[in-house]
Design a protein around this ligand. Structure first.
Ligand SMILES: C[S@@+](CC[C@H](N)C(=O)[O-])C[C@H]1O[C@@H](n2cnc3c(N)ncnc32)[C@H](O)[C@@H]1O
Length: 353
């Protein structure tokens, strides 16, 4: 995006031999693009276009109750952002990417995460400066409510939205993990803090010899079980209720902790790693995955921003580098610890008991 100011400033900057301000301005206004996409997901635009498209602006406006003043700019902005296509007759349609990932009925849908970003993270990130000053969460638990999961899970719609969001977020990483870990050497896997079960389903589908357990808080059980049935995996993935701080972890050859350690402070992270070590049989493995920050803390902007998201969302959580994680795992007793990239900003740390 090039703003008017950037256009006016660039020749002046170039003439004076100075760097142009474009990158700064684009980053500063990146929320315009982001919120336009998030509103399109909230409105179900991509799903509508898949079911009834291609459609002209007026028809979309009518179906989604958009004000006539907003219709064309909203849709054409999405064309310019490469999220929609417009044909010669002025009808709008999905791109191959939005058709695959932003249509609600598709198993490849990643919009659950964007729905949560729109409903929760977008307003809470508006208070980032308060979080930076106070070190306190800026979400539902800002006013001393018990904890993130207790607050979320008290509201069934928020619970379902959050769990669906986790599936959207973790599916590409789970797919990479399904291909990059030697699953053929193991028979069972337990996903600790499994949410809806999206990660487990990807692993089990790729490796038909494996049996899986999803371990999570009791409120998650019915949603996990419904998802397992939907995936046709109800015989191979079972739910075990438990609290990973106070209850024993399930027995399995491989334990997975995805997006778990980053929710907690250092003492809690170490307690979870020790507990995983104690629960595994000799030769068993722990896989930790997160948007691990590069060891120099210079490159993985997503991982670093995810850590700021933990500042907004939790009392003590933070993201960490692969070297941090490997060090903690060794401290907890794991051997042969290695860190391996998965996809995008994600990496896994694997350690053996
Ligand atoms: C950020 S989500 C990660 C979900 C999933 N592993 C993934 O990567 O998509 C954290 C999960 O941990 C679960 N959880 C939080 N506290 C827990 C506890 N004390 N015991 C068991 N599960 C817990 C939550 O219910 C949620 O499903």
């Amino acid at each position: 995006m090039i703003t008017d100011t950037a256009i006016a400033e660039r020749p002046a900057a170039e003439q004076a031999g100075m760097p142009a301000p474009d990158a700064i301005l684009q980053l500063g206004f990146a929320f315009w693009q982001s919120k336009t996409l998030l509103s399109a997901v909230e409105l179900g635009l991509f799903t509508l276009l898949e079911e009834a498209g291609p459609l002209p602006a007026e028809a979309i406006g009518e179906r989604l109750s958009l004000h006539p003043r907003a219709q064309r700019d909203f849709l054409d902005a999405l064309v310019a952002l490469r999220m929609l296509r417009r044909d010669a007759e002025g009808r709008y349609a999905n791109t191959p990417e939005t058709a695959l990932y932003l249509v609600r009925s598709r198993p490849s849908y990643v919009g659950g995460m964007l729905e949560m970003a729109n409903a929760r993270l977008y307003p809470y990130w508006g208070r980032l400066t308060d979080g930076l000053r106070t070190g306190q969460p800026q979400n539902e638990i800002r006013d001393d409510r018990p904890g993130l999961f207790e607050a979320l899970y008290a509201d069934p719609a928020a619970l379902e939205g959050f769990l669906r969001a986790m599936t959207g977020l973790s599916r590409p990483t789970a797919r990479a993990m399904a291909g990059l870990f030697p699953w053929q050497e193991h028979r069972s896997v337990a996903d600790i803090g499994c949410a809806q079960g999206g990660c487990l389903a990807e692993i089990l589908r790729a490796h038909p010899h494996l049996e899986g357990i999803g371990f999570d808080l009791p409120q998650v059980g019915p949603i996990f079980e419904a998802f397992a049935r939907e995936q046709g995996l109800e015989r191979r993935m079972r739910f075990r209720t438990g609290n990973f701080f106070t209850d024993p972890l399930p027995a399995a050859d491989v334990l997975v902790m995805g997006h778990i350690l980053h929710d907690w402070d250092l003492a809690e992270k170490l307690a979870l790693l020790r507990k995983a070590h104690a629960a595994l049989p000799p030769g068993g493995a722990l896989i930790v995955y997160d948007a691990m920050i590069d060891d120099e803390r210079r490159e993985n902007a997503y991982g670093l921003l995810m850590s700021l998201n933990m500042l907004i969302e939790t009392p003590g959580g933070f993201d960490y580098t692969g070297a941090d994680c490997a060090g903690w795992m060794r401290e907890a007793g794991f051997r042969s610890v290695r860190v391996q990239p998965l996809q995008g900003p994600y990496a896994m740390a694997v350690g053996l008991r």
